[in-house]
Design a protein. Structure first.
Length: 331
């Protein structure tokens, strides 16, 4: 506890001690006056019996009042002391929680931040400081929107509106400008606390992951064969530019669509059977089939292959198709 808090505590309990002293002095004064009055009534017979009786009644009444006041003061003082101890305990718990939070923020590998409604960050983790390259003071004193890529600011505002409505955000991505002028792509999970008026957020730096994915997509798009990847339900999760051209749609429109609708009717049953065979054997299968390529039916050499996770479980099915008719015409 700092000096100002200790001073307030001393003044607070000093007030109750002063009240007790005043009550005690009042009782002593009443007793002295009573003794003087008795002596006066003996020495001064002129004092009537009625006056003497009235004083005798008044003195106990005042004494009872003083005792009651003193007792009440003691009760209030005890109550205040209990409340003070309770506050001290809460303060100790809060200080302990703050120390734990500070340590967690300093050692966590996740990028963490607490943002206020005023557009400023209230707390940042050491990992966020290291990733962006700014000092902690700079991050806490600069509106965080100034670090966000201009093209991502509107989407970030919409995400914050959703948080303020009580919704949680998972996997929201935006780009933050680092101290060296480059942009880092961060994937955020966040939630708002309306009572505290803050938003808690944790992020992963997925810049290298996104760069690798973009490079791989460029490599796939440069290939002349058709490449499509779909999940176990047949939904397209990725494809290359050649496949998109063959079916006459952009890649963005194809993602999330069922791949079966882009197969010729006569090929759907055989394609399904071969996929089931791959699912059972977990091995690639190569075969000939007829596919539509930019509206023209052509023979293709296709290979269906499984995509496995680190446990060996199949998570996706890929298919590569090479236009055999086109190759024959070139030769």
């Amino acid at each position: 506890m700092d000096q100002s808090e200790k001073k307030k505590t001393t003044e607070y309990f000093g007030f109750w001690h002063l009240q007790n002293k005043i009550t005690l002095f009042s009782l002593i004064a009443i007793l002295l006056l009573s003794a003087l009055f008795v002596m006066g009534s003996v020495m001064l017979p002129a004092v009537s019996t009625t006056q003497f009786i009235a004083f005798i009644v008044l003195i106990p009444a005042l004494a009872c009042f003083g005792i009651a006041t003193s007792h009440s003061s003691n009760l209030e003082s005890a109550k205040a002391e209990r409340e003070y101890k309770r506050l001290l305990l809460r303060l100790s718990e809060t200080e302990g929680s703050q120390i734990t939070l500070d340590r967690f923020f300093s050692i966590s590998s996740d990028l963490m931040a607490v943002a206020g409604k005023d557009g400023l960050l209230k707390k940042v983790s050491a990992s966020l400081v290291n990733t962006l390259g700014y000092s902690e003071e700079t991050l806490l004193s600069t509106p965080f929107f100034e670090f966000i890529h201009p093209a991502d600011r509107e989407a970030t505002r919409e995400n914050i509106k959703a948080l303020n409505l009580g919704l949680r955000s998972m996997g929201f991505e935006n780009r933050y400008r680092a101290a060296d002028g480059t942009y880092r792509t961060l994937s955020w999970s966040a939630a708002a606390d309306a009572e505290l008026g803050v938003r808690f957020a944790s992020a992963r730096d997925v810049t290298d992951e996104r760069n690798f994915k973009n490079r791989m997509q460029q490599i796939w798009d440069s290939f002349p064969f058709l490449l499509v990847v779909k999940d176990s339900n047949g939904t397209i999760t990725n494809c290359n530019a050649a496949f998109a051209r063959s079916v006459g749609f952009s890649r963005d429109l194809l993602l999330g669509q069922n791949a079966k609708q882009f197969l010729p009717p006569e090929s759907k049953d055989s394609a399904f059977e071969k996929e089931q065979e791959v699912l059972k054997s977990l091995k690639p299968l190569t075969f000939d089939e007829v596919l539509m390529n930019e509206g023209v039916a052509a023979r293709h050499l296709s290979t269906i292959f499984p995509v496995l996770d680190q446990t060996g479980k199949i998570v996706s099915i890929g298919k590569v198709s090479l236009n055999i008719d086109s190759l024959a015409q070139r030769t």
